[in-house]
Design a protein around this ligand. Structure first.
Ligand code: ZN
Length: 404
């Protein structure tokens, strides 16, 4: 076994523990093709090559590390290396590090895979730079229009096409990649749990049963910019007041539909001066529900309420869908195979989206969750105890032995 350092984390996680630390927000900020994310890609290539894996990048920026010759119908495991702004150390990297560690263990035991096998790293899983999550897997599987992706912009106005070119990709080649997709015989993603399910079940590991339907919407409020001192309180057209009222309405609406979640975690105020009534405000809604129908109902109600609240403030609002993911039920046969290989570990529904959900459109997919003792994710407090991460690798190794 590799030495475990004083941080109490897996060695592989320790190696990247200083990459992309965010002094301002806390935690890590590793957005796609930022200096830190590029550093993580280099780290991954070196790590994989040390294990004798052949690493290649596909035309959508995903990385593939092959143990033996690439081929169709492969067993693929992995996750992502990018993070949300100020995210935790485990969301994404835990799945990548565990996959490499499982390979190392299999190799040490003299195991030879009986079918093609790869460790994959998917690009822009969090959507923290370009706004749409799981872009690497969505483009590869052909479930998003590449013209739309090329035109997406980051906060600095850089298009995805330009950023991809800077990263060495050909923007014209972005999009559906049936050859690469055909190589995935099944995909298995190990991931830190992002809720309290395993705390409540008192178990270090679970398999995932399903993912909530979810999506992102942009709410663009427009009002009248004006002087904060010279404009009476009566008759103002303040889009931030409308947006703020909408935030509480969004919370209340989600509370009224069982199993729903709705969040506004990002808001941009224009022009953004202390003595200026804003002229426009953009807020982003993340909404999720147990079924697609519930989620659609939730968002329709939020749009209706936001419209009314904007009108009451003398403003307008335009609601635009930025992304959508149907609810996913993971492959029942694969789930059964995992559960029996692991001796009946619990199954958990996931409130979070994952590449494994997107890839269920091209191949059977499954997930393993590792207990998170804080129950907190997408924040610096996200954590996994060393024993639990080792239990996760044990489970992954066992499952890989069975699948390969
Ligand atoms: Zn993740």
């Amino acid at each position: 076994m590799r030495p475990i350092t004083a941080h109490g984390m897996l060695a592989g996680l320790d190696e990247i523990a200083d990459v992309g630390r965010d002094r301002l927000r806390g935690g890590f900020s590793r957005s796609i093709w930022s200096t830190s994310e590029l550093q993580l890609r280099i780290w991954f290539v070196e790590r994989a090559e040390r294990l004798g894996l052949d690493v290649e990048a596909d035309r959508n920026g995903n990385l593939w590390a092959w143990w033996g010759p690439p081929g169709d119908g492969a067993v693929v495991t992995g996750s992502h290396l990018d993070s949300v702004p100020g995210g935790g150390p485990f969301d994404g990297p835990l799945g990548v590090v565990s996959a490499l560690e499982a390979v190392a263990r299999l190799q040490r035991s003299g195991f030879i895979p009986g079918r093609p096998f790869a460790v994959a790293v998917f690009a822009e899983e969090e959507g923290s730079r370009f706004g749409v999550a799981c872009l690497g897997s969505r483009m590869m599987s052909g479930t998003i229009d590449p013209d739309r992706v090329r035109a997406l912009t980051d906060a600095a106005g850089v298009t995805f096409a330009d950023a991809a070119r800077d990263a060495g990709l050909n923007p014209a080649h972005l999009g559906a990649d049936p050859e690469t997709a055909a190589r995935i015989g099944l995909f298995l993603e190990l991931h830190i749990e992002q809720g309290r399910g395993l705390i409540d079940l008192d178990s270090p590991v679970a398999v995932a049963s399903s993912i909530l339907a979810h999506g992102r919407w942009r709410l663009a409020f427009r009002g009248q910019g004006n002087h904060a001192g010279a404009t009476a309180m009566q008759g103002r057209q303040d889009p931030l007041v409308a947006a703020a009222r909408a935030v509480t309405a969004i919370r209340d609406t989600a509370l009224s539909i069982a199993g729903s979640r709705a969040t506004v975690g990002r808001i941009e105020v224009t022009p953004g001066g202390t003595n200026v009534i804003p002229s426009s405000v953009t807020s982003w809604l993340d909404a999720r529900g147990e079924t697609a129908k519930d989620t659609r109902l939730l968002v329709a109600e939020i749009a209706r309420l936001s419209d009314g609240l904007a009108a009451e403030e003398g403003c307008s609002v335009v609601v635009t869908e930025e992304s959508w993911s149907d609810a996913v039920s993971f492959d029942a046969r694969l789930l059964e195979r995992l559960s029996s290989a692991l001796g009946g570990v619990p199954a958990l529904a996931s409130g979070a989206g994952h590449d494994a959900g997107v890839l269920s459109s091209v191949a059977p997919t499954a997930m393993l969750f590792v207990r998170n003792p804080t129950g907190i994710s997408h924040a610096p407090e996200e954590w996994a105890e060393l024993e639990d991460t080792l239990a996760g690798i044990d489970a992954l190794e066992t499952v890989l032995r069975s699948l390969l």
